[in-house]
Design a protein around this ligand. Sequence first.
Ligand SMILES: Nc1ncnc2c1ncn2[C@@H]1O[C@H](COP(=O)(O)OP(=O)(O)O)[C@@H](O)[C@H]1O
Ligand SMILES: [Mg+2]
Length: 232
Amino acid sequence: MDTSLKEPLIVTQGLTRIYNLGTTQVVGIQDIDLEIPSGELVVLKGESGSGKSTFLSLLAGLDHPTAGRLRAAGQNLHQATPDELNRYRREVVGMIFQSFNLLPTLTVVENVCLPALLAGRPYQEAKNQALKWLEWLNLEKRLHHYPTELSGGEMQRAAISRALINEPSIILADEPTGNLDSRNGRIVIELLSELNRSFNRTIIIATHSKLADSFATLQFYLKDGKITETIA
Ligand SMILES: Nc1ncnc2c1ncn2[C@@H]1O[C@H](COP(=O)(O)OP(=O)(O)O)[C@@H](O)[C@H]1O
Ligand SMILES: [Mg+2]
């Protein structure tokens, strides 16, 4: 197939998110036009407050734009119904956060299984899938531990397993190394890069650190909610 005829995985046109706080308006992102082909490892850079998390939340289907178009994996997210967004969040994207967001009362394997169970998949299938990714992420000795019993690096690897359980084509990582030391931060970025290269996942990492730069196939710089530079 001629891939040049294929629609990019993610396309935004005039994508804007303005937050209304009483009578004041705060720009999250404004007028973003970009295209991200499938298979890229994108690093989204910019200082704190530049709009990185706002952009990732829209891409994750967690938030609605106030203007513009956002098309991802063939779906128009700017006009998607709550049900469609729900399905998109479950099936198309996996998300990783700075604060890991593991549920403290569940073990590692239970945390990882949860999104699959919520998607209605049978327990045994979810568990097998969880074990596959936990093993790949070197956590087979931590299956029945609680998040508080893990190191930061282990917590983030558990969170990556959870993001992968429903086999999403897009993985969004919001400051994934923000709570890690440089060694564990590097391990996390290398794992994301391996997922990109060996498992053909499209990865978007929002970060103000330089750690991911050398792994990027595409870089966008955000300033005050706008893209100021693109490096391909
Ligand atoms: N829920 C919100 N309500 C109001 N303003 C917000 C909200 N989330 C983000 N903002 C504002 O939007 C701008 C971009 O923030 P954000 O997307 O979090 O940037 P970054 O992730 O690059 O630090 C900032 O000015 C921030 O204060
Ligand atoms: Mg942020």
